[in-house]
Design a protein around this ligand. Sequence first.
Ligand code: AMP
Length: 449
Amino acid sequence: MTTFSDLGLSEDVLRAIQDAGYTTPTPIQEQAIPYVLMMRDVLGCAQTGTGKTASFVLPMIEILASGRARARMPRSLILEPTRELAAQVAENFEKYGKYHPLNMALLIGGETMDEQIRKLDRGVDVLIATPGRMIDLHERGKIMLNDIKIFVIDEADRMLDMGFIPDIEKIAGLLPQMRQTLFFSATMPPEIRKLADKFLSNPKTVTVAPPASTGENVTQIFVEISANDWQKREALRFLIRRENVQNAFIFCNRKRDVATLHKSLKKHGFNAGALHGDMEQSDRTATLDAFKRGEITFLVCSDVAARGLDVAGMSHVFNFDVPFNAEDYVHRIGRTARAGKSGTAYTLVTPEDIKLVTAIESLIKKQITRERLTGLPTEPPPKYGNKKNAPHNRSQNAHSHKRDHHRNSTQRESAPNNPPSNRISAATETADDLPAFLRRPVTAGKTSV
Ligand code: AMP
């Protein structure tokens, strides 16, 4: 078995790895580190959660250990699609580079430029940036890119989704021709392949998981319900009460739905936070830190905000909406079952989602187990403001539901016998059929019934 010391890393880096508690390199680290140390270009096809970050951070620390940065002329540049990912990479440099006096700067939007500029003036070895802020500072003349020796493009497929490719091309045009380029992407659609061909020279290709494969340790379940946001929220509450949730991401497709769902969960007593791209950076950072510390159990988020975030021991992912891009499904559920642990991913599926569901299953080449939730109300109870169709006698209804609870609450079916096309017809019933347990009040922070 390969060990970290077989990879050509120095004593100081090995010591930092040991301090981090890692005993063996992950496959991407084993494959990529020796080539990065040889100063070769690398094309890495790997998802987050595979140890990808350390596969470039560790050898970069080695390479940058010799030499010094000059003012405003960083020696390496790492581009990340989101501020959170950039911050996470910076944390990795701090962790693994603790025995090396490297200077690092994080250039991300949403934070004041003054401190970032001051750091650049002192000279930085490692510059970690989101493309927009990077271009902004360059255009203000605060930074020169002609001393960049190592250029890393991380999460290239997400950069493409977010429309950053022109920015990246512009930045690459400002860099010296003679440099080492490391290019990582979870998936390799043709546009990404073309971009890689343009930026890389005779790269070593390393692939650790087939593109768009889902982790084997994630139990995936599509929960079929009918199309109504109120019902979706009810179904979500039912699932999170039923499951023993340690901590979970809850994904919505739209920012405004993140806000609505967050409010609703809080109203129902769940310990929830929200994360989306329109929030102030300070709020995003504070929420994420609280989630990482376990002070928030449920983080309602958009894809952009949650991309690649590494939160230890995440037990669940809930897709409140089926993602528009099948690849996003892979990324979302990849937030759980990391580092050899197991996890569960629930996706709420309505009849309108049929095309998206088919796309996901054809991408991951797997049929996902269906569960049908019955007994969900179609209307909010009167206390939520809809009096017209609400049941007249709540306590009576509650009794009848208690009776039916065990028989009717859920029905899980394994996928192979149930192709998706004729399966998404959620068996919903009227408010009168709401099982009592779905109405039970929740105490703050309690996540299972
Ligand atoms: P990444 O794919 O870079 O987001 O890393 C996923 C997680 O794996 C992070 O929490 C890392 O700290 C952790 N990790 C990275 N390398 C190793 C390793 N060799 N052994 C155990 N955990 C690791």
